[in-house]
Design a protein around this ligand. Sequence first.
Ligand code: FAD
Ligand code: UDP
Length: 383
Amino acid sequence: MSDSEHFDTLIVGAGFAGSVMAERLAARLGQRVLVVDRRPHIAGNAYDEADEHGVLVHRYGPHIFHTQSAKVVDYLSRFTGWRTYEHRVLAQLEGGLRVPMPINRTTINLLYGLDLRTEEDVVAFLADRAEPVEYVRTSEDAVVSKVGRELYETFFRGYTRKQWQRDPSELHASVCGRLPTRTNTDDRYFTDDFQQMPLAGYTRMFERILDHPRIEVRLSTDLEDVRGEVAYDHLVYTGPIDAFFGYRFGALPYRSLEWELETVETPDRGLVQPCASINFPSENVAHTRITEYRWLTGQTHTASTLAVEYPRTEGDPYYPIPNQETRGLYKRYAALAAELPEVTFVGRLARYQYLNMDQVVGQALATFEGLVDSGAVAEVPVA
Ligand code: FAD
Ligand code: UDP
């Protein structure tokens, strides 16, 4: 094997986890890093590209950036400017009524023809309906204990059964617990202090993260393609952990999605939907949500592209499924991983965690610091 084929670290996956690790190892430690991704592009699930109408679309579904972490914002701001964007969602019910989601005071007033005026009014309304449970374990517990069974059935049960092919009672509380219940009229989907989109898109930001003379990127390249071909001291793996170990304890379950793209002519350069996403909680509708990308990008084109999202069992592994059973299986794989100090597992698939982008960046930064502190990776002496 020639010298040129030796890398300090081989990184599998060019998504947030792999790209942030690559940048840190190269820029902070001077390591020579090879990043491989089996897909023909960088940016992992955050990949975006212009479609034939010039609309920037996210190939793996709408990605909205929001965070409370100043550390993550400081880090990413070295590679991108930002555009303020606050995400809003309406739920379309059977019969066509559209109401704000997450549930807020407006949602309740519209749904029940009420005129609740204060936060106290809503607290009292929900308290009447909430069914307290001793321990909030499942997603059903998480919602029913806050808003009662009727609102749970209207907004959560059908959507969740479609998305996860499981009842909310079979999913960890954190799944539906991602959505708050509001007593005010705030109709933003997120309330994080930082809600901004990368100014020129995610892919451009990743190009800049990976733009370092000591980082080489090979696309359409699987780990197996390079395993025997290149030498490396350390491996950073951001793919599915069960695949890494040849599924020896059985496959971890994931949910997948498929998007149907629809383009609508907009000669006045306006938008088609009243907000970025419309959710469809009814089980009688096959899709879960429709998102209009130009809301996210701020583009003013004469066409608008919408993604209709369909949950799938087969396909790319997008969502780890958090519940007790999968936790047990994951832990068995994590125990194998712990026996391999020369391999670092990081990211949504490698840790089998339902993480947002900012959480993955934070995890990668912390993992890098941990590797440095433990001496597992070291600064490369200047030749
Ligand atoms: P990934 O982006 O999945 O990257 C892993 C990469 O590893 C992939 O590119 C894959 O091709 C590659 N790979 C795997 N195995 C191999 C192998 N053997 N050889 C070579 N390459 C391999 N987060 C938000 O903050 N806001 C959102 O609005 C949001 N929306 C989302 C919507 C959807 C539909 C999905 C699925 C996720 C969403 N997320 C969102 C989460 C976000 O996508 C993830 O947090 C983030 O992309 C995870 O980064 P990662 O690097 O861990 O994984
Ligand atoms: N959810 C729901 N109804 C909705 C929106 C969300 O039941 O209108 C549940 C569903 O189980 C979903 C979870 O809450 O998977 C988390 O929602 P989020 O919008 O955060 O999902 P993601 O954007 O990660 O797909």
